[in-house]
Design a protein around this ligand. Sequence first.
Ligand code: SF4
Length: 398
Amino acid sequence: MKRFPLFLKTDPKKWSNWQWQEQNRLRNGSDIKSFFPRLSDNEVKTFNEYASKYKLGITPYLLSLIKLNKNGLPLTDDPVWNQFKYFSPEETSGPSDYDSRHENWEIPGEMPTPMIQHKYPGRAIIRLVNSCLGYCNYCYLTTRIIDKKYSSRKQNNGKIWSDTLSYLRKNPDITDVLISGGDPLLLSNSRLEQVFRDLKSIKSIRSIRLNTRALTHNPYRFDAGLVKIFKKYNLTVLEIHMSHPVELTGVVKEKLSLFDKAGYRPIIVWRAPLLKGINDDEKTLTALFNALYENRIIPYYLFHYAPYTLGRSTIGVSVKAGARIMQKIRRKVPGIAFPRYTLFHVDGKHDIPLEPSGTPGFVYKNSNNNNPVIKFKNWKQRWVTYQDIKDAPCRRKK
Ligand code: SF4
């Protein structure tokens, strides 16, 4: 693996310590300038402006995956860099981009406590923390996770956790819980063990899933102790998130092998969004689906870029364009390696049909101001409207 010159002398023990990786994350323009001395003042200023409003966090490990040009600057089309670098104000100003007012997923009526969301019958999401091991600029939970104005609000997690457990006890129809965040693996092994113990004490809960992006931000978080907890409490599904094949590194494979060494492996599934200039082409997605499959990870969801999410107008792709790409890949990968292409809507997720002109239950239209919208029948058989974005060339691949 190619490392940045500044990291060449790092003690390998430190490098592979997940806490060291967290402590040495890049958080603002000055940090970034120390790694890329030739970045222009203007660019550093934009980083600082972004970091004053939104969380920025790039681990040394992630930096080491970025390809550089001859001046030591990240390539403008680097698939890793473009997921974590800033958005300038112009890049976040399109229709249905983040505005901190519109919700794309969490709605108050579904949140019996600030930590649990009960959208569908039978299952619930628990958001243990509002922080992550690193920050993706396209996070669909912008308000909860990366907008500093909202995500840094203090809350009494002890009280919320006990209210959350009470809610689960009073609602035995919930048999499946998804532990999510932010990234729950930001918590220590001892705290996570307590969470599993509490959940397992509720007899109606039969399966537990856990969602993380640690394998991209900081794979060193996976240690033997964590795998032991997953085994002890029989984690049913591990949901992982990688947007490009370059993220499936040797370190990640080594970490996944800890499950085999422990004689236990949960079902591992993959989910990630479709991102313009990063993975929105047949070749990259085919390589990603095949690589996941070869490593016994089931490609489960390819998400359409969520409405009202930061940067949607810059690295989002139109629904039609996404369907066209997926249609081309359909017969090129084994069926089990072909994920659902799905959009987020406050009323529930919906699978996108791959037919180029839609279906009777999924209709492409244009709004009065000529922006694309889709009308579809949701899981409750109600017609709902979805704001899409126009097809446009990638502005970042210059
Ligand atoms: S790891 Fe997940 S929750 Fe955290 S910033 Fe990235 S997309 Fe959002």
